[in-house]
Design a protein around this ligand. Structure first.
Ligand SMILES: [Zn+2]
Length: 494
């Protein structure tokens, strides 16, 4: 019976209070597992690559992660005291020094590994309509926008041009020849809030982000003077969403900015009525590439110190907010893994390596440098965890690698059932940075991402958006999985 029909049947039967299904049909899972259920499932799944003592240690790690304030305190310092951490900025360097000192204080072996990062600096960013249908004489109308990371500048006094709006790349391609020439072209692709609300925030983001990344080159190929994209994400309150953009090397680089969803709607409405002219000023600067660092800290393995399990997040952030959910949270839940291993006196067989990646946002240079410099050692990388999808409630573990990882992790997932994080999901990748570690199984908390893209890359990505309970749950997933991989009798399948 197809799954859908079975689900319908189960729903109908439950409405009618039927307690049993025919034997060849799938029974409904219990609503909430009892202690007996959990014991039975544990026994049927077995303890896998772990002893009952090791599973008890995972219980302790999970419980400690929920109550220990270390991660939250570290997040508060990173966001409120250090602030935004754009690659190449003084705050990014301060964050490197701070995290290195903090993790060294836990007794881990810390070193910094050099990496060269883009050094882009935001400037003035203003826009106003100077002519539009129905304009009150002598007035202008403000447009809220923010430069995309890597954008080139307009002339210092700005540029004035007519605005052309298209909803998609396809519409842009179908414009009459020369229609965008000398104009400001807006890509008004609408972020699918409904898809995000269904728990598929990453899919909604993936569809819209193509315009942020590729819009400038397409607009340039059509002869546009500048390019705007509708902000990628579900943010209300007229918040623009920044993020990296890329220029095709063969085309002229044109200034690029994201307007808020509200301003995109306004521009779409007015341009339908007649010509709209905008004055646009963007003065960012691209400075020579800067030297920066990945922070690496080893909690040495007691039996196989050469074998490594990576726990990681990215230390750089965008500059509009303070990088709390993206990705201060990923950094501090990874720091919490080392802190809890120390607090509970746990020394797994293999090395647990904390990594604070530099420059995920503007190209991933930190992770690429690490992958190159440690290429000969990848076989010793047993697994790599990364948390980079915020800090909302985790529902389980996403693994990237062979399907056998699912069965392997089952006893570990049972430990996380107590916090509602026992689902096992196969994913394409487990994080942008760890995806550069070729052949290494990747793991990440599966997070509720319904709200993440409302704040991500905006000025509202601040400390208050992180729920301490949810942060603790994410730390629990990271700590339990990292310990499990590092202390298992057999390494994770790859
Ligand atoms: Zn991120």
């Amino acid at each position: 019976m197809p799954l859908k029909e079975r689900a319908v049947l189960a729903a109908v039967l439950s409405v009618f209070g039927s307690s049993c299904l025919a034997q060849n049909q799938q029974p409904q899972p219990p609503a909430a597992p009892t202690v007996q259920d959990r014991l039975a499932r544990m026994m049927s799944a077995g303890t896998g690559a772990w002893t009952t003592d090791q599973l008890a240690n995972m219980d302790r790690l999970r419980d400690a992660a929920l109550t220990d304030p270390y991660a939250l305190n570290e997040l508060r310092h990173l966001t409120d005291n250090i602030g935004p951490r754009l690659s190449g900025s003084p705050q990014a360097q301060a964050a490197v020094d701070y995290v290195a000192a903090e993790i060294r204080a836990l007794g881990a072996e810390v070193h910094l590994e050099k990496t060269t990062v883009p050094h882009w600096v935001r400037g003035e960013e203003t826009a106003a309509l100077t002519a539009w249908p129905g304009q009150t004489p002598g007035t202008t109308q403000k447009i809220v926008l923010t430069a995309l990371g890597g954008s080139v500048a307009t002339p210092p006094d700005g540029m004035t041009a007519e605005v052309v709006v298209v909803n998609s790349f396809d519409e842009a391609r179908k414009l009459p020849a020369g229609a965008a020439k000398g104009k400001i072209l807006l890509f008004n692709e609408i972020f699918d809030k409904r898809l995000a609300a269904q728990g598929n925030g990453l899919s909604a983001y993936g569809k819209a982000v193509a315009y942020r990344a590729g819009g400038p080159s397409i607009a340039s190929s059509l002869g546009a003077l500048a390019v705007l994209v509708r902000s990628v994400g579900g943010a209300d309150y007229r918040l623009p969403h920044t993020g990296a953009t890329y220029y095709a090397p063969s085309l002229p680089k044109i200034p690029a900015a994201a307007v808020t969803a509200e301003d995109a709607d306004l521009l779409a409405n007015l341009t339908r009525q007649g010509p709209v002219t905008m004055h646009l000023t963007l003065t960012p600067q691209t400075l020579p590439p800067a030297q920066s660092y990945n922070v690496i800290a080893d909690w040495k393995g007691s039996e196989h110190p050469e074998q490594i399990v990576v726990v990681s997040g990215h230390l750089d952030s965008w500059d509009l907010g303070t990088g709390a959910i993206d990705d201060g949270a990923g950094i501090v839940v990874s720091m919490q893994v080392i802190h809890l291993l120390k607090a509970l006196g746990l020394h797994p067989k293999r090395t647990v390596r904390f990594i604070a990646w530099m420059d995920e946002e503007q190209g991933g240079s930190g992770a690429q440098t690490y992958a190159q410099e440690h290429a000969a050692d990848m076989a010793n990388h047993i697994g790599a965890l990364e948390s980079d999808l915020g800090a909302d409630h985790p529902t389980g573990i996403t693994y990237a690698g062979p399907a056998a990882l699912g069965d392997y992790l089952r006893p570990v997932a049972q430990v996380l059932d107590a916090i509602g994080a026992s689902t096992l999901t196969h994913g394409e990748e487990a994080g942008e940075d760890v995806s550069f570690l070729k052949g290494v199984p990747g793991f990440t908390p599966t997070q509720d991402n319904r709200f993440y893209f409302n704040y991500h890359h905006t000025a509202a990505d601040t400390f208050d958006k992180v729920d301490p309970q949810h942060l603790g749950e994410n730390a629990a997933v990271m700590a339990v999985v990292a310990y499990a991989l590092a202390d298992a009798s057999t390494p994770a399948p790859r």
